[in-house]
Design a binder for this molecule. Structure first.
Ligand SMILES: Cc1cc2nc3c(=O)[nH]c(=O)nc-3n(C[C@H](O)[C@H](O)[C@H](O)COP(=O)(O)OP(=O)(O)OC[C@H]3O[C@@H](n4cnc5c(N)ncnc54)[C@H](O)[C@@H]3O)c2cc1C
Length: 194
């Protein structure tokens, strides 16, 4: 654990692929930096569907020039998590996990960042929180009920349940097929085209 007193050159919000790529550059340029991540390392990737196979080939997902070598053509979510752990260790990146950034105030050259743990001062801030926490809401009644999910991880919980999948593009069709496999005849699965 490095010393975290004084003013940082750079604070990076979010330890997704974008935040990690920034941290690698900061490390290479010998900046005093810190990555602050509200969840685990690459938290968004961690929350992807459990058995996801990515559409990109590994060479397109590499960061920091670290080779991403796998035995298959396309990586799985598990391959990707392992890769980002390896990259983080390789560069010995300075990251605070499970610390949420609540506010950033200031201007170029002088920022104050408040997290769930403490305050930090930094000359510059990179904001890399991604989009995964912001699902496309439809603004319809019932959308906020506990039985409505905006994320999908596995089909198993939908066994013997009636499920409506809203959406008509690739992701909706893919998960509709997966849910159908566990549901058979007992439950209905419906898809609406947007
Ligand atoms: C199902 C799925 C499949 C995909 N497949 C591919 C693919 O095959 N190829 C491809 O190139 N892309 C793919 N993508 C897109 C890719 O995952 C994103 O482009 C990428 O994750 C974006 O990286 P990021 O670092 O900008 O954001 P994220 O990966 O979302 O990381 C942002 C991080 O910021 C953290 N954060 C957010 N708010 C705060 C806060 N207040 N304080 C601290 N931390 C915070 C989050 O927890 C998260 O870890 C896929 C996306 C999905 C959803």
């Amino acid at each position: 654990m490095r010393e975290h007193n004084g003013v940082f050159d750079l604070l990076i919000i979010g330890a997704g692929p974008g935040g990690l790529a920034c941290a690698i550059e900061a490390e290479k340029h010998d900046l005093k930096y810190l990555v602050i991540e509200k969840g685990c390392l690459v938290n968004s990737v961690f929350r992807f569907p459990t058995n996801l196979i990515l559409f990109s080939t590994p060479d397109l997902l590499e960061i920091g020039g670290v080779p991403f070598i796998i035995s298959t053509k396309k990586p799985t979510r598990t391959d990707l998590l392992k890769y980002y752990r390896r990259v983080t260790e390789h560069f010995d990146l300075d990251i605070h996990l499970f610390e949420k950034v609540n506010s950033i105030v200031g201007e170029r050259g002088s920022f104050e960042v408040e997290t769930s743990e403490r305050y930090y001062q930094a000359k510059y801030v990179v904001v890399a929180p991604g989009q995964y926490d912001n699902p496309n809401l439809m603004g319809i009644p019932g959308e906020n009920l506990s039985k409505v999910s905006h994320y999908y991880t596995e089909a198993h919980p939908y066994f013997e349940r009636k499920v409506a999948v809203i959406g008509g593009k690739n992701s909706a069709i893919t998960l509709l097929c997966k849910i159908k496999l566990v549901n058979k005849e007992k439950s209905k699965t419906i898809s609406y085209l947007q």
